[in-house]
Design a protein around this ligand. Structure first.
Ligand code: MTE
Ligand code: MO
Length: 236
């Protein structure tokens, strides 16, 4: 994976139009390039070692054709919208906040599931408490610094204890391919809610359907209770 720059061209739209022609149901992703990267990672070439096994493990997904790069040093998380105090958090600022660990399954709506993934980071609720949520706030919107991907949660969902602004996965800083250095982990919902390369959080008066939700996936993405699927829940 080379130095591809900050923003790639979005491939999602093109791929989805192709899928519509097939009448298929399933999350589609960055196509051949992503498969190649996933194989490279599973072979250990991406420095991810054994954490992305060839089968039964994470698949690498991105709707952009290149990966955005932010290091622990250059990373910034902006938190704004309907908050009392707008703030920008550096990686080191996040590390100073109370840390929460969760070890729960990660399930993609296409069917793959990774058991017992150890995550840690700052609870989204703790972060929101720091900035103060204004009356009238009903939702939290997330923007990826890949420039394309978006997600949102209702405020009640965002305040759940199993929703993390994740800084670590398998005991190390979240890798670039997995959306590091900071991504969202929404434990009780399908993987598409767990936005990678988290750059901005905006507290809002309404939910805005995210990237895949504008393309047909459920906005309330509870594992086993949405998208017509019957998977076992990933979080109590
Ligand atoms: N920015 C961004 N976040 C994203 C995605 C994406 O394409 N771009 N894909 C989502 C989907 S569908 C899944 S299943 C997970 C995959 O996470 P992984 O690439 O770490 O396996 O990321 C989610 N977050
Ligand atoms: Mo997914």
């Amino acid at each position: 994976m080379g130095n591809l720059g900050d923003r790639g061209s979005p491939v999602g739209r093109r791929v989805v139009l192709g899928m519509a022609g097939l009448g298929a149901l399933g999350v589609v992703f960055g196509g051949a390039a992503s498969d190649t990267i996933a194989r490279a990672l599973s072979a250990g070439g991406g420095g991810a070692g054994g954490i992305i096994p060839a089968t039964g493990g994470f698949r690498y997904y991105s709707v952009t054709s290149s990966e955005p790069e932010r290091t622990e040093k250059t990373y910034r998380l902006e938190v704004g919208g309907l908050v009392r105090r707008k703030r920008t958090f550096r990686f080191a600022d996040l590390q100073k906040l109370p840390s929460t660990g969760l070890s729960l399954d990660f399930q993609c709506v296409t069917g793959w599931r990774v058991p017992h993934v150890p995550w840690s980071g700052v609870r989204l609720s703790d972060l929101l408490d720091r900035v103060g949520v204004q009356p009238g706030a009903k939702a939290v919107l997330f923007h990826s610094f890949d420039g394309e991907y978006t997600e949102s949660l209702t405020l009640a969902q965002a305040m759940r204890p199993d929703v993390l602004v994740a800084t670590s996965m398998y005991g190390k800083t979240v890798t670039q391919s997995h959306g590091g250095p900071v991504r969202l982990y929404v434990a009780p919902m399908y993987g598409y809610k767990s936005l990678k390369w988290l750059g901005r959080i905006e507290v809002s008066d309404k939910v805005v359907p995210g990237f895949w939700e504008r393309r047909g996936y459920d906005v309330d993405a509870w594992v086993g209770r949405s998208n017509g699927r019957t998977d076992k829940a990933t979080s109590p």
